[in-house]
Design a protein around this ligand. Sequence first.
Ligand code: MEV
Length: 314
Amino acid sequence: MKSVSSAPGKVILFGEHFIVYGGKAVLCSINKRITVYSELTKDVKIEISSDLGSISIPVNKDIKSVYSVFRPIVFLAQKILRQFKSDSGVRITITSEIPAGIGLGSSSACCVAAASSILGLFSNPSKQEILDLAIDAERTIFKNTSGADSHVCTYGGIMEYSKNGIKKLDLKPSFKLVIANSKLTHTTAEVVAKVRRFKEKETDTFSVLCENESTLIEEALDSLKKDDVISLGQKMLVNQTHLQKIGVSNETLDSMLDLVKDASYGAKITGAGDGGCIIALVDNKNMDKALNILRSKYECFAANIDTVGVDNER
Ligand code: MEV
């Protein structure tokens, strides 16, 4: 029997990094997915393959000695096989429409889809069970994750997220997003560590920025609820200035944002930054203009909001 699950990638509309220090973030999942296929095998091994490579290891290998991009997936396989007292191995194949390391939630989407797919070999898991396991798995490579990405990859849609909980926003906004890839890859954990150093050195500046960001997010939520794309775009531009101040933008990202400035309502980096992607807020009136302008120099695409979240195709 094969169990197949997919989960969407995500963008952060507002609040990346500040969320790690207790702020709020507004995220949405996008219509680009990671799909994970799992099947039990007689070999007592965990076999994983994707565009990033492959690994085959004994089921009981100590997770601390698994030095691989697949460590979170190995963790999931081991935990679930143990939970269901299975003496089988598992073969896991991952396919992705989301490049790794560019701020679109590939790592979280992969953990969520894999948790759902492997659990699906034994049970009919709830979204909450999938999410809890996915966050534990992600913590094997990124201890300080806020968990925001995994939440939106699991539940889908537009979401207000804080450490106190999540609120799925029941909105049908008219905006669309144009996403452009700087092709500079980053490691989220490293960029988060860089921001932590900034916070420790510039404590007062950082705390003012946290306050400004949280006021901005309340205003942005208001614009979102009113479907006011112009004011939402302006808020994005302000958010970008906060991200620049904490040092997660760079010359390439700034010049991408400059390029799309007049062809969109607003634009900012999304996710960890220091590479990765920018998002530009558009609607049907200016989407092609933004795409054409960015396409002259960068890989880019238009994204819609996914409303499904994790999906098991059993
Ligand atoms: C990464 O997509 C978002 C960050 O805020 C880290 C996190 O929330 O765990 C940079």
